[in-house]
Design a protein around this ligand. Sequence first.
Ligand code: CTP
Length: 402
Amino acid sequence: QLGETAAELDCRAYVVGGFVRDLFLFRKNEDIDVVIEGDGIAFAKTFANAHGARTHTHEKFGTAVITFPDDFKIDVASARMEYYQFPASLPVVEMSSIKMDMFRRDFTINTLAIELNPDKFGRLLDFFSAQKDIKDKVLRVLHNLSFVEDPTRVFRALRFEQRFGFTIGKLTSSLIDNAVKMDFFKRVAGKRIYTELKLILKEEHPAPILLRLLDYDLLRIIHPLIKIENDLQRLLETAQKVTDWHDLLFIDESYERWAVYFMTLLCHCDLDATLEICNHLTIAPRYRKMFGETRIMMAEHLTRLERRKRMDNAQVYNLLKGLRTELILYMMICTTSDTAIKRISKYHTQLRHAAITLSGKDLLDMGLPPGPLFSRTLQAVLEAKLNGRVRNREEEIAFARQ
Ligand code: CTP
């Protein structure tokens, strides 16, 4: 249908990029990117009108998003010469618009396009040997200036390398080394680095990617205050184990896994360094608080969980109650003490769900005067329940009466 609309408008439509790459890798991908040789915005509007969808357009970039009533989206871009600005030394003359659009992309594996117009429907365009590179499992840039054009592609390279189990081509690898050596990143805003870092942290297996960043000395680029100690590899591997453990046990509970990994990277940073990193990366205030003050306060709690010889359930509960899952998991990652790990995991699997049936109304019925004594009594009953001294409603009432 996309192809039919294109034919009606006398332009050509192609599905491109990650969607086509993932077809060849047998991976699921629901992000559809369409490139129109011609006016992408006019195409998107016509198509949306005919199919009961909405469009959101960016005239300046010649792009549009078509959104269907079920929220399914298609991104549309225009392949037109005037949208491209290449460094003068690149051989871009006499390329068709679609080839030019592919040429401006990051890696060869992202340069496949499939024609959608009915006359050539399904024809694959492979201008830069993408199929061969996918088959050989290598990641290559299209030209030597790729990282000059956009240094954040270095992060994408390592993300794709690990996600697909590819290797980075020799030349591409030396171009990354060069980008680091020449510090191409000094012109890149912290916000863009943060966006790329988050994409890495949101991958299924972020740890190997972060270790690869370390190989290329790129963690320093995220921020020079991120302290790289010898235990980074162990910490990241533990982060993977701990989050896997959590995700298996609490399949329905959502939390921000990427934030756990981010805190793992920050684990040797003090409050000042953390705040400086957050500022540089323009991290939102609610995360800033979790990554900064709360995380550092947790380190003190952790010391208690590690060192105190005897701690009953109520003491563990009182120390950890109300903490976000991200921080609970972070504490489990940071400690090497079995005692602390057992205490934290007991809290997370059992104690945090503890509840009593006794309410303020019950206390009123018992003749207790409303006031601070109410909450103290309820707290004492809860603690008794956590420590196994009361088990049911009768025992709760009897305990409250004492
Ligand atoms: N692209 C690029 N340079 C960048 C970012 C993106 O050339 N810095 C190109 C890529 O070729 C990619 C396309 O823009 O195919 C769309 O990028 P993105 O939305 O990140 O999609 P994917 O490559 O599919 O990545 P992912 O699988 O992580 O969604």
